[in-house]
Design a binder for this molecule. Structure first.
Ligand code: SF4
Ligand code: SF4
Length: 166
């Protein structure tokens, strides 16, 4: 996997035109430049130059990005933000190993173990800690720009395992 320093040239290609702001669903809510590729590239450039240190705050902004790639499609410099964010996340985990373990553990639990657990025991809904009456039997799941995130199928699987048709 490429490291953050391998994306130095890509990051420098950003002209700060701000077109990504018009496409980013997160920026539309936050209005904060640190949550869209333009601002994130400024932060990551600071890291590469040694002017900034990787921190929980930077990681928080990296996490807010949905990795949907919507901004990249309209970026005149053709920068692929998704790969850059992934490399930056891996940089963060190098110095925060415990958090990496927790993150992996959570993903494992949420996306793998829960559906398997439910299907092994064929638990009827009444034995689950969910009250069937408050949940609809059938739902429409709108993945939106987050649908490219791994685990989308698992969300459907989880809903099916508690007898909710998607
Ligand atoms: S659209 Fe591309 S070049 Fe323009 S500010 Fe966003 S990331 Fe930078
Ligand atoms: S990948 Fe999606 S969420 Fe992330 S900065 Fe681009 S448009 Fe925003």
């Amino acid at each position: 996997m490429k490291q953050l320093k391998d994306f130095k040239e890509d990051i420098h290609k950003c002209s700060k035109c701000g077109l990504c702001q018009g496409e980013c669903p997160i920026y539309k809510i936050t209005g904060n430049d640190c949550t869209v590729s333009r601002g994130q590239f400024v932060m990551l450039d600071g890291l590469l130059k040694g002017e900034l240190k990787m921190s929980k705050t930077i990681n928080h902004y990296l996490d807010l990005c949905l990795k949907c790639g919507a901004c990249s499609k309209f970026c005149p410099s053709g920068i692929d933000v998704v790969d850059i964010i992934a490399a930056a996340k891996s940089e963060y985990f190098k110095t925060h190993k415990t958090e990496k373990l927790i993150s992996l553990f959570q993903k494992k639990i949420i996306f793998k173990l829960i559906p398997n657990f439910l299907s092994i025991f064929h638990l009827p809904l009444k034995y689950l800690p969910l009250k069937s009456k408050v949940y609809p039997k059938k739902v429409l799941y709108f993945g939106g720009c987050g649908s490219k995130i791994k685990g989308f199928k698992s969300i459907v699987k989880i809903l099916n395992s508690i007898e909710i048709e998607v």
